[in-house]
Design a protein around this ligand. Structure first.
Ligand SMILES: [Zn+2]
Length: 221
């Protein structure tokens, strides 16, 4: 291995350690803001109980909190993705708010002479899924698009957004989210990056909940 290659390797390793620190801190931060609660006994109101509770709205109600997490998300993305990104797109509501913030923050790290990063919001219909208006479809044609969302559950939303981008002539370079539940079954066909990840433990029907049986009080907050 040449000295130059070794130096590069070392630098990458240093970066990786720093990125790992950012990711570990993000998982704690999500808990501090009560976006993510890992060790409770929650009644989800649908007949199921479980230990993990996730509410992205607790993040988005404070704009400054989105900014902090967006900065951290940018910090864990590879330099090649950050450099290629021309459009940041995300599904309403959380993903679009995050995409808007990431696009703006990317420019704050780039030379002022560079073309500003564009933002594109997907409208999400409960029945038809995500959609992109004609205006934004035209805007993203021929562009490198970074897709972001607040949470990745099945991965289906990001996969459908990716299909829309491609059908409009855009190039999906990566997908990224603040929190990955590690339960994705749909693939968006691009590398995925998560700021924080945690596999949710099993939920139980209320009448067979081991936490109830053990006499653990329902978590209130
Ligand atoms: Zn229970």
């Amino acid at each position: 291995m040449t000295v130059a290659a070794r130096t590069l390797r070392v630098r990458e390793n240093v970066m990786t350690t720093k990125q790992e620190e950012i990711r570990e801190k993000a998982l704690k931060d999500l808990q501090q803001f009560q976006v993510l609660m890992l060790d409770g006994h929650f009644d989800f109101g649908n007949g199921y109980h479980g230990r993990l509770y996730l509410n992205p709205h607790r993040l988005f109600r404070y704009p400054s909190t989105i900014w902090r997490f967006a900065q951290d998300l940018i910090d864990v993305l590879p330099a090649s993705v950050l450099d290629q990104t021309e459009v940041v797109a995300g599904p309403a509501t959380g993903g679009a708010l995050l995409a808007h913030t990431v696009a703006g923050l990317l420019d704050s790290r780039r030379p002022i002479t560079r073309t500003p990063t564009m933002f594109a919001p997907f409208v999400v219909d409960a029945y038809r899924g995500p959609g992109l208006s004609r205006f934004y479809r035209q805007q993203i044609a021929g562009k490198n698009v970074l897709l972001v969302d607040d949470v990745r559950n099945t991965g289906q939303t990001l996969a459908r957004c990716a299909t829309i981008v491609r059908s409009a002539g855009g190039n999906v370079i990566a997908t990224a989210e603040l929190y990955d539940r590690l339960e994705a079954t749909s693939d968006a066909g691009a590398p995925n990056f998560a700021l924080a990840e945690y596999k949710a433990p099993e939920n139980y029907p209320a009448d067979r909940c081991p936490l109830c049986k053990a006499g653990v009080a329902i978590t209130t907050f």
